[in-house]
Design a protein around this ligand. Structure first.
Ligand code: ATP
Ligand code: MG
Length: 451
């Protein structure tokens, strides 16, 4: 029985523009798959026998986004539709065959070049009929990621595909077909040639999927993880003792799963202990310690994320979270302790650190952490902030200019003085007035050799 799906009217109208000019136009790939799964469709990508310059003549706004691959982006009723000329060997058009056969064979050839059977389907928007030359419908039903054609050949053509297989498996909770799975370790040499940017983008999608932890385990089993994130795979079998039920690797995977699906927080959860293998020490009594692992983990995370070409903002945020993940909030913390904490980590990171802490605890394998163990910290910070209390040098009632006015020379000693004033104010917020801070500054002048 032919399978049909509904294509929204605006998109059907889009393809009518092609039909009126004598071209064919189908929607392909992810949109067909997601419609069949009953999931929201993010982008409708079109495939056509019209060449890019012909598409350009059909619409008012056509942006050449990837002309070397035959892709243009058409603005249509407020959305953008990536439109790609059928990818077939050599010439776009084969003049020897009759039109209708040519459409079908070009469409099928285009589909056969796609990565997985579930991504290799098209829909004819006029009838809603699904074109499925490689068995994508059956694999969708069975929940299988299967390469189109011979998996080793396909993974050798493009080394990113194994990572995409893991990505789609993680997103949909699918299994990877045995032959496709077996081709991953067999083609790692090709995976090594893939650019860091492409790996980063797929890896990020795995991390923010519903089954991030499962995805990471599969990356490890297939040998992919050791290729692009050896710092993480070398946490395997590093035992921790104490309250931990898991080795460092399993703990990191579980923490990542427990974290909300945000790139920075998931990366921080996944990497927060990667410095542990290097810092593991066994005491005379057999107890294990990992002193300094927060600093080492932050260092390794920075290295790994830079290597994967994550933007600086992501690297900085993750590194900060990893660096400061070791704090033990309790209701006994004084307000001064809360202010010191905020001053150390930065106001903008408090909430994410609290969330990371919960994920870390949940990742120990004793069930989900109690949010009450750390979320009150956020409320207390909020309350102190509402009272306009100082957390940093920029919140002080005086700055360098006022210090200069009382004879303080610009330079490192001024910075040290401001830090000392902040320390005083963190202890006692009442001191944060211009008069009181000037008084203190006068008193500590001697210590800094200021006359
Ligand atoms: P998403 O919802 O994540 O965008 P998608 O299926 O649209 O999923 P894309 O990466 O946007 O994934 O790719 C669009 C389509 O292009 C895929 O469905 C697939 O048919 C094809 N494709 C993408 N990358 C490759 C590749 N490396 N090799 C072969 N075909 C690919
Ligand atoms: Mg897409």
């Amino acid at each position: 029985m032919t399978k049909r799906i509904g294509v929204p009217k605006d998109l059907r109208d889009f393809t009518e523009v092609f039909a009126a000019a004598g071209f064919s136009c189908y929607f392909v790939g992810g949109a067909v798959r997601d419609s069949l799964l009953g999931r929201p469709v993010s982008d409708w990508d079109a495939a056509t026998d019209a060449k890019p310059e012909q598409v350009r003549r059909l619409f008012k706004t056509v942006i050449p986004t990837g002309v070397q691959h035959g892709t243009v982006t058409v603005r249509w009723r407020g959305s953008s539709i990536e439109t790609t000329t059928f990818r077939v060997d050599g010439e776009y058009k084969d003049g020897r065959r009759p039109e209708s056969v040519r459409f079908t064979s070009e469409l099928e050839e285009d589909l056969s070049r796609r990565d997985f059977t579930i991504n290799g389907m098209a829909v004819d928007p006029r009838t809603g009929e699904v074109v499925d030359p490689s068995g994508g419908l059956a694999d969708l039903d069975a929940g299988l990621i299967r390469a189109i054609g011979d998996p080793i050949t396909r993974f050798t053509e493009d080394g990113l595909r194994p990572l995409r297989a893991v990505r789609f498996a993680a997103r949909f909770g699918f299994a990877i077909d045995p032959a496709t799975l077996a081709a991953i370790p067999a083609t790692l040499a090709r995976f090594r040639l893939v650019s860091a940017e492409r790996i980063r983008d797929e890896f990020t999608k795995i991390l923010v999927s519903d089954r991030a932890g499962e995805g990471v385990l599969r990356l490890d089993e297939t040998g992919l993880l050791a290729e692009f994130l050896p710092e993480l795979s070398s946490c395997k079998d590093v035992g921790q003792g104490g309250p931990h039920r898991y080795d460092v690797f399993r703990h990191l995977v579980a923490a990542c799963d427990a974290a909300p699906p945000d790139t920075v927080i998931r990366l921080a959860a996944l990497l927060h202990d990667i410095g542990k293998p290097a810092k593991k020490t066994e005491g005379a009594d057999g107890a294990l310690t990992f002193y300094g692992h927060d600093i080492e983990s932050a260092r390794l995370a920075a290295e790994a994320l830079r290597r994967l070409k994550y933007p600086n903002s992501v690297v900085d945020d993750v590194v900060l979270l990893v660096r400061h993940h070791m704090f033990d909030y309790s209701d006994e913390w004084t307000d001064a302790a809360v202010r010191r904490f905020v001053s150390r980590v930065g106001l903008e990171y408090v909430e994410r650190l609290a969330i990371l802490r919960l994920a870390d605890t949940s990742g120990m394998g004793h069930g989900p952490a109690d949010p009450r163990s750390v979320l009150p910290l956020i409320d207390r910070v909020e309350a102190l902030r509402a009272k306009d209390q100082a957390f940093g040098i920029k919140d002080l009632a005086i700055g360098g200019n006022q210090l200069a006015e009382i004879g303080w020379p610009k330079g490192p000693s001024m910075g040290k003085a401001l830090s000392e004033l902040l320390e005083a104010v963190l202890d006692d917020p009442e001191l944060n007035t211009e008069r009181k801070l000037i008084d203190i500054a006068e008193r500590i002048k001697g210590k800094y050799g200021v006359g």
